[in-house]
Design a protein. Sequence first.
Length: 280
Amino acid sequence: MLKQKLINLSLIAAAAFVLSACGDNNEKDNPNKKQITIGFGVGNYIDQVDKGIVPILEKKGYKVILRQFSQNRQINPAFEEGSIDASVNQSRAYMDAYNKKNNINMVALTDSPSAPQSLRSNKHKSIDDVKDGMIVALSNDPVNAERGARILEQLGWIKIKPNVSTLSFSVNDISSGKYHLDVRETDAAQGLRLLDDVDFVVVNGNYVASAGQRIADGLVVENSPLEHRVIVTVMQKDLDSQWAKDLKEAFESKEYADYIRSQRIYDGFIEPESWNKYPK
């Protein structure tokens, strides 16, 4: 009798565990869930969302968790393992290349206010000062390195090899243009600190803004093409979920547009096209 009771208790416990596990999975896959985890790289995109998006979603009953990764390349693997629901860190070009290489299905939910890169210098007041042998610093992550190199290419300073990869771009994909320059890679967050040590630096706009400087004060400001603007990314399977629709609505809302426009730190950011209907 005791043995049978122990067996029955074991079966009940096992059933409870299975039900609990199913409940966890259902909660994780529930398109109407009320908790959203969003991933970010280093920079002020997390601040934009914390102060501008989170209050909008909280009014709709959501709990929003913001996770900042120390390196951008950590974010997409977090998607694959399901530890984040969305990200605000990458461009369409990078997302498409990553999807193709890793056979996953991230999609662009909507656009985020996006900071263009700028060519800056403390040593020179004009791009006309450029000469052979000068040192130019680019970001050391492939996407931003390519973006920065495109600025230099448009100036005629360098040439970029054809058919370069967004995922693996480096200074090795650069050859001399009008000038023989010493093009170096550096950590993106260190760009502004190098201005006294090198001739020119291409700096990501979010670092310029975070330092309290104006993006527009750069010697050249990138006209970021659509494929290089920052997007809100979700997995394809979540695109039609209610939480994703509410997240998209928040990013495209007048309330968020008004917040970003009211903050001097975001002067020079490229606004999403969805905000064109809100007069400045």
